[in-house]
Design a protein. Structure first.
Length: 56
């Protein structure tokens, strides 16, 4: 199951460079994860200072 970014995202961008499949991009109000590219590795969750990426 792919990760999703919840509403606690502060758009700091810490997660984006950590994603090995480039599944994360800046959205309108927060970063978003492309579920088709996400491999459920958790690298984004480990990099996030506010625990916004969660298993969806």
């Amino acid at each position: 199951m792919a990760y999703v970014i919840n509403d606690t995202c502060i758009s700091c961008g810490a997660c984006e460079p950590e994603c090995p499949t480039e599944a994360i991009s800046a959205g309108d109000s927060k970063y978003v994860i492309d579920a088709d590219k996400c491999i459920d590795c958790g690298a984004c969750a480990n990099a996030c200072p506010v625990d916004a990426p969660v298993e969806g």
